[in-house]
Write a protein that binds this ligand. Structure first.
Ligand code: NAD
Length: 487
């Protein structure tokens, strides 16, 4: 059994309480993880609060903060194979995906390293004589960052990177499912040379998250996870009045018109829903396809889905690995069953694999005759595609916008004017046209409605970790007159 430690105030600590982490491919315990106690959470927040005001960090130039972030990025790039191996072991995400994604995580830190000294204030042309007024952009304070199990290094980079670039300090709670990569990341952070307490990393479940997010010294909560948890977080923010950014789930439509390049669209749909075993917030989980090409599209898609190599997550030829937890498999099976009961037709997959590990095969549900099937509106967070068809552009839009989520959308068409109309009218924070699932540190990411609010990635995300201070400076040498001279 490997042992991991939590990271508080620049020190690595064994937990006073621990839990076993299971390998999703074997269902066997492989590592002992520290479970943060309420007092650990308090110590971590207090360490972050002290670090926020300590001159080592508060007086550090923005360029020097950027240099530390560059150093961290280099360490991530150098250690990407080890981080990838740990994420694969602890979450079941396949090694091909973790290797590529973690190498790219370094680019997120580089992007925010470069931004650190480009967060500028402003000078105001104020409507009063002898007065200079300007705006300083200052860090908002201690940030509580909460991430789910999938892609934790990536989902934490889009929080830690901009928060530290802006001069905030952070307490991150890794998911209780698969925290190993984040606890290993703490060692790289420590090597990078940041002052102690600037970043603290804990793990544990809902109680730890609740204690952290409602702590009075937390100024902002940056959360990625499901909408139900987000509701708890927003309710808890009534205590400390922390601001929140919420990156939640999705039920993203993948819309294919009759003039689309069929092969490209099928390939994009396959990776859009089956990559990461569907455990992706932007999974293109609803195929909305023109009636005239539905059969041809499904025939190609199902043929490819059946050939997908399902296997051990650490094997380089595996294309679909296990889900992270047994609970996730149970949730998916229950939603498939409820959808079939409402008239959805199972085209392929639908049963957990009869082997060790939490394996679900690529699954396709045809909902053409089941408009009320729950699989059209509820998130699986697994390798399950629900299919509907349309005749007109307006019908396609009505289906696409017919959920309470609004994270991402894909549109496949060769018709430029139609693409522009769809881009304007689809309700989502991201829209991909003739491509799917592309991400970059330069492009913001986030949603509407049940998919949350706030944006991660891009310049604005760094500004969101700042608040504006208006400074008034009187420039006249004349004495200020007695205000009560008329008395
Ligand atoms: P979850 O909401 O159950 O858990 C997410 C995190 O919140 C975990 O670390 C958990 O311990 C913590 N948590 C649970 N209860 C809490 C509470 N009361 N207070 C504070 N923290 C608490 O989500 P999950 O099931 O682990 O992850 C899957 C969800 O995450 C899906 O809905 C998925 O779409 C979403 N997700 C969104 C994005 C995005 O960027 N929009 C990315 C990945 C995943």
């Amino acid at each position: 059994m490997q042992e991991f430690q939590q990271y508080i105030d620049g020190s690595f600590e064994d937990g006073s309480s621990c839990f076993d982490s299971l390998d999703p491919a074997t269902e066997q315990a492989w590592a002992r993880m520290p479970e943060a106690t309420p007092s650990d959470v308090t110590r971590a927040v207090e360490a972050a609060d002290r670090a926020f005001f300590a001159p080592e960090w508060a007086e550090m130039t923005a360029s020097a903060r950027g240099k530390l972030l560059y150093r961290l990025a280099d360490l991530i790039a150098e250690n990407a194979p080890r981080l990838a191996e740990l994420e694969t072991r602890d979450t079941g995400k396949i090694i091909r995906e973790t290797s590529a994604q973690i190498a790219y995580v370094a680019e997120y830190y580089r992007y925010y390293a470069g931004l650190a000294d480009k967060i500028e204030g402003a000078h105001l042309p104020i409507d009063k004589p002898d007065m200079e007024v300007w705006l300083r952009r200052e860090p908002i304070g201690v940030v509580a960052a909460i991430v789910p199990w999938n892609s934790q290094l990536f989902l934490s980079a889009v929080k830690i990177g901009p928060a530290l670039a802006a001069g905030c300090t952070v307490v991150l709670k890794a998911s209780e499912d698969g925290p190993a990569p984040m606890l290993e990341f703490a060692r790289l952070f420590d090597q990078a040379g940041f002052p102690k307490g600037v970043l603290n990393i804990l793990t544990g479940g809902a109680d730890v998250g609740a204690t952290l997010t409602k702590h009075p010294k937390v100024a902002h909560v940056a959360f990625t996870g499901g909408p139900d948890t987000a509701r708890h977080i927003v309710r808890n923010s009534a205590d400390n009045l922390a601001s929140t950014s919420l990156e939640l789930g999705g039920k993203s439509p993948f819309i294919v018109f009759e003039d689309a390049d069929l092969e490209s669209a099928v390939n994009a749909q396959i990776s859009g829903i089956f990559a990461a075993s569907g455990q992706s917030c932007v999974a293109g989980s609803r195929l909305v396809v023109h009636h005239s090409i539905k059969d041809a599209f499904l025939k190609r898609l199902v043929a490819k889905a059946k050939k997908v190599v399902i296997g051990a997550p650490d094997a380089m030829d595996t294309e679909v690995g296990p889900l992270c937890t047994e609970k996730q498999v149970d949730h998916i099976l229950a939603l498939i069953e409820a959808s079939v009961a409402r008239g959805a037709h199972l085209v392929t997959g639908g049963q957990a694999l009869d082997r060790d590990g939490y394996y679900m095969p690529p699954t396709v549900l045809d909902c053409s005759d089941a408009p009320d099937a729950p699989c059209l509106t509820q998130e699986f967070f697994g390798p399950v595609l629900s299919v509907t068809s349309f005749e007109t552009e307006n019908e396609a839009l009505a289906i696409a916008n017919g959920t309470d989520f609004g994270l991402a959308a894909g549109i496949f068409t060769q018709n430029l004017t139609r693409a522009h109309r769809m881009i304007r009218r689809v309700r989502s924070g991201i829209v991909w046209v003739n491509t799917y699932r592309a991400v970059s540190p330069i492009a913001p990411f986030g949603g509407h409605g049940l998919s949350g609010h706030g944006r991660e990635g891009g310049l604005q995300a760094a500004l969101d970790y700042t608040k504006v201070k208006a400074v008034w400076l009187r420039t006249s040498d004349d004495p200020i007159p007695d205000p009560f001279v008329m008395r």
